[in-house]
Design a protein around this ligand. Sequence first.
Ligand code: HEC
Ligand code: HEC
Length: 430
Amino acid sequence: MESPLSNHCTKQPALKRFFHRLAISSSIVAVLFLQWSTAVKSKEVDPETSQKIAVLAEIGQSIFLDKTLSQPEGLACVNCHDPRHAFADPRPQSAGAVMNRFGTRNAPSLMYAALIPSFAYDEFFTADGDEIYAYEGGLFWDGRARDLFEQVQKPFFHGNEMNLKDEQELARRLRQSDYSEKLKNLVGTKHWNSDSVVTYQAYLSLVEFLRSPMFRPFDSKLDAYHDGNELILSDAEKRGMKIYLEKGKCNSCHPLSANHWERPLLSDFGYDNLGVPSDGAPDRGLGEHTGNTEEIGQFRSPSLRNVVLTAPYMHNGSLKTLREVIEFYNSRDTPQSRWKTTDFPKTVNRSDLGNLQLSKAEIEDLLAFLHCFTDQCLQERTNPSSFPVPPKHTPSSQTKQLYFPGWTHRLHPSYEIEMPQNSNPADNDE
Ligand code: HEC
Ligand code: HEC
């Protein structure tokens, strides 16, 4: 049985999306504006916290590169999140630690991943005052990790990934690592034998690493343009921007305006079923863990920052190039459509994409514009395997935390996603 509310929403998906997006952008922009306008100079970076954050991030980096934390040994986070590809995986599906075991989804970029808002079921109001509910945010393509803290724990214990048995095994390996002395200093001798304390600090370290400035340099051409350098875009790129905003409708789900951060992240973090070509076993996406039929096959709209570097595309890596992605949006619903069938046709969004009628020249311009999303510090490296060096002015994590107090990546343990009162209790199942 579906709740009256969800029925109401599914009957008007386009409208729902429109108001949902309008509500998100206006409320969040307002909050951000307030935060900035009241930015108090007296908020100061405390050297002790600063030092602790630096230690955590350093240990997090060591864990990220450590190949001894898998069973069998040999697989680290970095093997699936490759700095040469903006920390995404160029393979449609990644290979796990166990021979011949592969995941089912494409490993996304970790650039800006720490800025993805926590999973939430939010209430929005339409212009007529109607209430509308929708999911947004959360980590993984389907948002099943509520926040980054929850996410970073998963790869260690996933059978298709690092394949460790339990926290005890992770703690044992951490105690034998090259960086164990640093970790021990952090944890303290008193707790060094506690598996839960050792692993807790390891997870915190990974979160702190992913929050560090190199994952949020904001130094693409788009950023320069945003900062007032209008001459930086070529004519083709400017034409592409217009298509992005209007005819292509990209902006409605990958907004160019700042919403969750003070700069655009090129995603509204909402969920949709685009009807991407099937690839192996059907993947139920968001609907798998919310239990709502109308959410089956929906995935979170990803940030398009550095998208040129992160091929292949979509949750299952089924589209090989960016040109293919645009052609898919353009011709999915045309009579001579060349696209393979999709997993869950019933929930596919038919109103915002599918037959955009973009000409060849328009596709070229749009492609040119997507190239403006690449951070310079990822492009201009003599050794692409090395970690990117962000611009010097990139604020520290602690400074950002002062201005965005909610940027902790730790929902309170008692935190529950708020559901509308009249929803089906079965929908609450996570
Ligand atoms: C075997 C390959 C593999 C390894 C090893 C791996 N990941 Fe991933 N990672 C993936 C895949 C695939 C996904 C997407 C899975 C999904 O959405 O269900 C993912 C998703 C993520 C995300 C979510 C990004 C987003 O946009 O939602 C983060 C963050 C992340 N990984 C961090 C890590 C960290 C930290 C480690 C090491 C502890 C790690 N990963 C190890 C393959 C891997
Ligand atoms: C209705 C919302 C919506 C619209 C409109 C939209 N997108 Fe998306 N986009 C998404 C969602 C959701 C995904 C992930 C879908 C999946 O993996 O199944 C996605 C994925 C992508 C990806 C793949 C990124 C990756 O890392 O794999 C690219 C590239 C992309 N969109 C570009 C565009 C462009 C260009 C346009 C305009 C022509 C556009 N999108 C319009 C919602 C949208």
